[in-house]
Structure formats: structure tokens, C-alpha cells
Ligand binder design. Structure first.
Ligand SMILES: [Zn+2]
Length: 133
């Protein structure tokens, strides 16, 4: 069983909304009085520790990675998907595998120095499935 990483368009949308979220949080914390701000920070603290044994990371160029996906997942590396862009609106985008984690062999396949894709797949190795396929 494998899990894939989403297309550049979807990823960019997520990254943008994530940045806006961080910016918004910063503004709110600065605007709040000290004790309230500290209480919020206190609840957001966490310390989680993961030890991943026998993790293999294979860095591959895009074409080789997509060939590997086809071989392991037995699915095409690209597909057209609908994403929600509003309350009653959807948009069709091309989704192409950019990296994936193979649960059966504990192996990450991702492009060299692509921290976003490799980091995403690392979290599959750490915590398993955290989004729909
Ligand atoms: Zn994923």
C-alpha cells in the first residue's frame, strides 16, 4: 500500500493558505494582552518523539519516480481531480505524483532537495495516513 503526494497546483494552494494562517496567528498573538497570549502559547506547545526504524529514502528524478509509482502502486502517475474552491464550486486540476511513501517496504521516494515533498512523505513514515488518498 502506498500513498502519494499531490500536484503542484494543489500543493501551492495549501502552502499559500498555510502561510496566511501563520501570519494571521502572529498578528492575533501580538494583539492579545500578555496572560492571554501566554495561555494560547502554552496550549500549542508539544513535544512528540518518533523513532523510525528501517526507513529507506530513495531520491529520484521526476520521471523515474513516476515510473516507480506506476510499478509499485499499479496506477497512472497523473490524473484529473476535482477540488473544492468555494461553497458550491469545484475546479478540475491535473494531479501528478511528485513523491510517495511505500508502507509495505517503509520507503520514501522523493526528489532530491525537495523539502516540501520529502517532508510530507516523512510524516507518512512518522504518523501514517493523515489525508484521503
Ligand atoms: Zn500524502
Amino acid at each position: 500500500m502506498v500513498t502519494d503526494h499531490v500536484s503542484p497546483n494543489v500543493t501551492a494552494a495549501r502552502a499559500w493558505s498555510g502561510r496566511r494562517g501563520v501570519w494571521w496567528l502572529t498578528v492575533v498573538l501580538l494583539a492579545l494582552p500578555g496572560p492571554v497570549g501566554c495561555a494560547l502559547l502554552e496550549t500549542e506547545r508539544y513535544h512528540e518523539e518518533y523513532v523510525v526504524t528501517n526507513l529507506t529514502v530513495i531520491l529520484m528524478d521526476e520521471k523515474s519516480l513516476q515510473r516507480k509509482w506506476k510499478e509499485i502502486a499499479r496506477k497512472p502517475p497523473s490524473k484529473r481531480v476535482s477540488i473544492s474552491v468555494g461553497p458550491d464550486q469545484t475546479m478540475n486540476v491535473d494531479s501528478t505524483v511528485r513523491g510517495f511513501f511505500d508502507f509495505s517496504t517503509n520507503t520514501i521516494y522523493c526528489p532530491k532537495l525537495n523539502f516540501e515533498v520529502c517532508g510530507h512523505e516523512l510524516f507518512h513514515a512518522l504518523i501514517g495516513r493523515f489525508h484521503p488518498e
